[in-house]
Design a protein around this ligand. Structure first.
Ligand code: URA
Length: 435
């Protein structure tokens, strides 16, 4: 009989865990024979002692196999992208449609906002009628016909992670590279992927607190996923400021549509998006060189094919059929849309990106408690970039707020999050690729 405390003791004493033992433990997590106390003690032992590559891979696969896994019968590679989370990160909305237009299939299962970071599902729910929880049949049909479907996680996908995550959340064991890797990958690998590209954020708004820890997480994810048979690359990208011009829900969707329509393209966002798309095209063998990948991606943007894919996905999942032309009519608008201005002269030297994200949460665009209803119309737009020269009265952001009181609170937060000084600073979007 499997005895959880014997298993935990092994990890506590740094002894190797066998594949079968890990599977038994996860089976117990799923059927309830393993108690919350066992899970929390195990997570803490892993937090302190780490895991070998084989242990991490076996944990990931056991968690993945705790629920349904998707299988596909399609004429192209199945790919996805996952980001560790950030502010103004709308890459998923564009990347999915662009890769779909290039002949790949992207069954993207996304999450809601977490802490200061935005969530793709919350953004998509700004679109009237968009159903983030279609049944399996419709999900598969949308992936097949559009090349992409972005939906939410159902309870049948990696349920062991759901239970373990909720215990880690309250036992100070979230920040463990093996546990984070297994948690993210158990869900992604359940999608039945051939190729995965990870966007691991670095900087003041990133989930991992230091560059070194972001690298460690990226390396761990790449090793486990490749070991599990999914061709995976991680790209370390900048999160010292908002990635897009906007941070919110409806306003980010608007920016994504305008990007796909070639109306408003933020260069930083474009650079990160193109890098991630290129990685997916190269690793799935659709293109042979980076130049060829870029040509293909620019082709689907310039021809309007990527926008068509997005519009079709939105419509098949319940949104309006003319959303890509008339998005302004459909997206909710805040009562107050007003710019705020710099109070001094100098260079935008640094940003507290977590505070920027929290200002969106404070406006009502994110959740304070699980299950809170969010206001899709609020957020920040035209956010100034790091390194910009500002004068007194240069606009530094436009706040979309529901009332004067929340506008004033957001204004204070944003002004104190942005530091104006005299130091010239270099910024970059892409730091490193981990293969
Ligand atoms: N995101 C996840 O899905 N799991 C973690 O453990 C951390 C971030």
């Amino acid at each position: 009989m499997f005895i959880p405390q014997e298993f935990i003791k092994k990890k506590r004493d740094n002894l190797p865990l066998k594949k079968e033992e890990i599977e038994e433990f996860i089976k117990g997590v799923s059927d309830g024979t393993v108690a919350n106390e066992h899970i929390s003690a195990f997570a803490m032992a892993v937090y302190f002692n780490g895991m070998s590559l084989d242990e991490k891979t076996n944990l990931t696969l056991a968690m993945k196999n705790s629920g349904n896994t998707l299988s596909w019968d399609l004429d192209g590679p199945i790919v996805d992208k996952h980001s560790t989370g950030g502010i103004g990160d709308i890459v998923s909305l564009m990347l999915g449609s662009m890769l779909g237009a290039c002949g790949l299939y992207v069954p993207m299962i996304s999450g809601r906002g977490l802490g200061h970071t935005g969530g793709t599902l919350d953004k998509l729910e700004s679109i009237p009628g968009y159903n983030v929880f279609p049944d399996d049949k419709l999900f598969k049909q949308v992936v097949k016909e559009c090349g992409v479907a972005i939906i939410g996680q159902t309870s049948s996908l990696a349920p062991a992670d759901k239970r373990i995550y909720s215990i880690r959340d309250v036992t100070a064991t979230v920040e463990s590279v093996p546990m984070i890797s297994a948690s993210i990958l158990s869900k992604k690998l359940a999608e039945g992927l051939d190729v995965l590209v990870m966007d691991v954020k670095v900087g003041s708004g990133a989930f991992m607190p230091t560059y070194e820890l972001s690298v460690e997480l990226a390396k761990s994810i790449v090793e486990i996923a490749n070991n599990a048979g999914v061709k995976t690359e991680a790209i370390l990208t900048d999160m010292n400021q908002s990635l897009a011009y906007s941070a919110g829900n409806a306003i980010e969707v608007q920016e994504a549509v305008e990007y796909l329509a070639n109306k408003r393209v933020n260069p930083r966002l474009h650079s990160v998006n193109m890098k991630l798309c290129t990685s997916a095209l190269l690793n799935s063998g659709i293109t042979k060189s980076e130049d060829e990948a870029i040509d293909k991606l620019e082709g689907v943007l310039n021809s309007g094919k990527a926008l068509e894919v997005f519009a079709k996905m939105v419509n098949m999942l319940g949104g309006p059929s003319d959303f890509s032309e008339n998005y302004e009519k459909y997206l909710p608008k805040a009562n107050i849309i007003r710019s705020i201005f710099s109070e001094s002269t100098g260079i935008v030297e640094s940003m507290d990106a977590i505070s920027l994200g929290m200002s969106v949460v404070g406006l009502g665009g994110g959740r304070v408690r699980p299950g809170d209803k969010i206001d899709h119309s609020v957020g920040l737009e035209n956010i100034i970039n790091l390194g910009n020269q500002v004068e007194k009265d240069t606009p530094i952001a436009t706040i979309h707020a529901k009332d004067e009181q929340s506008f004033e609170i957001a204004k204070k937060r944003v002004l104190s999050a942005i530091k104006i000084g005299d130091k010239k600073i270099e910024t970059k979007e892409i730091y490193e690729v981990i293969r």
